[in-house]
Design a protein around this ligand. Structure first.
Ligand SMILES: Cc1ncc(COP(=O)(O)O)c(C=O)c1O
Length: 476
């Protein structure tokens, strides 16, 4: 084989390529094997590693193998959502074929802005597969960097539908409004800010005792705003709230939305994959009536960050919102470029990891993994409910978030649960983040990892019980 040309500014790894790849794959293999089981303690950065991370900009070259070893050491001493006892926030799992897909995609560095030939077809196919998997009749959509951008993209399309040509003329004296439950993700408020709707025009719709949006209150607020001459842009239903996993009643919300002629967006960034699970799918009845949906494949479809999708029932809506005719972005006849349907220009081939996940494991296994996480949430609820020192919410988990708190006799339960959460994170055997629900502090584990076993769920409760009783140590 001809060696790569050498010159002073050559940035190729040249003859070190094979060694570098081999060393990288050793580290990856070790990590994957380790992720199969929980760690008993969290690795903290060594003094040597800390010193490395204080070093100034290197002017000269370093050995690539040494740097791969350092990079692996940094990651090993970092919080990894891939570990089976990571229950914080809403985790991802670094699916193995997803990581391989990223390496391939980043090596070719394909740009999905304009037509990239086969990669563009693969992205389209992935979108169709995803829509089929979820049972949503999409005719268009886009892969984005996250739920925040997917929600923004959908709501931009909703704004253009409610106020045609506003992308060109601005909002003028229109008075747009947006509707979501008070437990919708803050990216909805952020979208309202960015789209000129204004955060004060986001109507916080009441929730019921299972923390789901109340359609009657939505109806009332829409009617009042219409009567006051305002223009409702969209209703956002959340299919899996970030706080507790509540699924808003999509069918009833679609009825209200239809009556008022308003765009329905379903934010299923976290929860939508559960729409494929028998016994849970009923909660998502009415999904097919939405105008747009968001789903984060980097959450409960296990692929590495970042891979979200916005799917729309009428694909033209995105083009009407985002298409531009620029001289440097040639169109192939009527064929639209990907950039004409999304906010971003340069875009990596994010869809490859989802495509690899579906193709390698099959939809049935993906569905099965989500179902198992749902079952584990029920197990966790039962285990926590069985202990008098622990308190759960009055209703069972809808999806895979199971808030519970220590109530075993400390003076200030909220301060105690805050301190307990910090102690759990220091301890390192499990990782849980806190949340405040109705003014009370809870531990809020979320199960979205295919590696998590029932034993990991039991270990979570055991560790909480082991640390929770020691008020003096926690507050000392
Ligand atoms: C319901 C919901 N929507 C949107 C988002 C934002 O997603 P991302 O972090 O991918 O931007 C989240 C994140 O947790 C979420 O739970």
């Amino acid at each position: 084989m001809t060696p790569p040309p050498t010159h002073d500014s050559n940035l190729s790894l040249g003859e070190r390529r094979a060694d570098a790849l081999a060393r990288t794959s050793e580290h990856v293999l070790r990590a994957w094997r380790e992720f199969d089981h929980a760690r008993e303690i969290e690795t903290v950065p060594s003094a040597e590693l800390r010193a490395l991370l204080e070093e100034p900009l290197p002017e000269e070259a370093h050995d690539v193998i040494a740097m791969i070893d350092h990079a692996a050491a940094v990651l090993d001493a970092s919080l990894a959502q891939s570990r089976p006892r990571y229950f914080g926030f809403i985790g991802s799992s670094g699916l193995e074929v997803g990581a391989i897909a990223d390496l391939l995609a980043h090596s070719y560095d394909t740009n999905l802005a304009v037509d990239a030939r086969a990669a563009t077809d693969l992205e389209d196919q992935s979108r169709r597969w995803l829509a089929d998997f979820l049972g949503f009749p999409a005719t268009g959509g886009s892969f984005t960097s996250g739920g925040t951008i997917s929600n923004l993209t959908a709501l931009a399309a909703a704004r253009e539908a409610a106020l045609p040509d506003s992308r060109r003329r601005g909002l003028g004296d229109a008075r747009p409004t947006l509707y979501c439950s008070r437990e919708a993700h803050y990216s909805i408020v952020r979208a309202a800010e960015l789209l000129g709707i204004g955060r004060e025009q986001v109507r916080a719709v009441a929730i019921d005792d299972e923390r789901r949006l109340v359609p009657e209150d939505l109806d009332r607020q829409l009617a009042a705003d219409r009567a006051a001459g305002r223009t409702p842009v969209a209703v956002v239903a959340t299919a899996g709230t970030t706080l507790t996993g509540a699924v808003d009643p999509l069918d009833a919300i679609a009825d209200v939305g239809e009556r008022h002629g308003v765009w329905l967006h379903v934010d299923g960034a976290y929860g939508l994959p559960a729409a494929t699970v028998p016994g849970v799918a009923e909660r998502f009845r009415g999904l097919e009536r939405a105008d747009s949906v968001t789903v984060d494949c980097h959450k409960w479809m296990y692929v590495p960050k970042a891979c979200s999708a916005v799917l729309v029932r009428d694909g033209d809506r995105l083009a009407r919102t985002f298409a531009h005719d620029e001289a440097y972005m040639p169109h192939d006849g009527e064929h639209r470029n990907a950039v004409d349907t999304t906010v971003e220009y340069s875009r990596p081939l994010r869809a490859l990891k989802l495509w690899m996940a579906f193709a390698t494991h099959g939809a049935r296994a993906m569905r099965g993994a989500v179902a198992r996480n749902c079952d584990q949430a029920q197990l966790l609820y039962d285990l926590a409910a069985a202990h008098p020192e622990l308190e759960v919410l009055p209703h069972r988990p809808s999806l895979s978030i199971v808030p519970f708190r220590w109530v075993g006799g400390c003076a200030d339960p909220d301060a105690h649960n805050d301190a307990l959460c910090a102690a759990l994170q220091r301890d390192g055997r499990v990782f849980v983040s806190p949340a405040t629900i109705d003014g009370r502090v809870y531990l809020r584990p979320c199960v979205t990892n295919f590696r998590t076993s029932d034993d990991d769920i039991r270990a979570l409760v055991d560790v909480v019980l082991a640390l929770g009783g020691n008020c003096a140590a926690l507050h000392g």
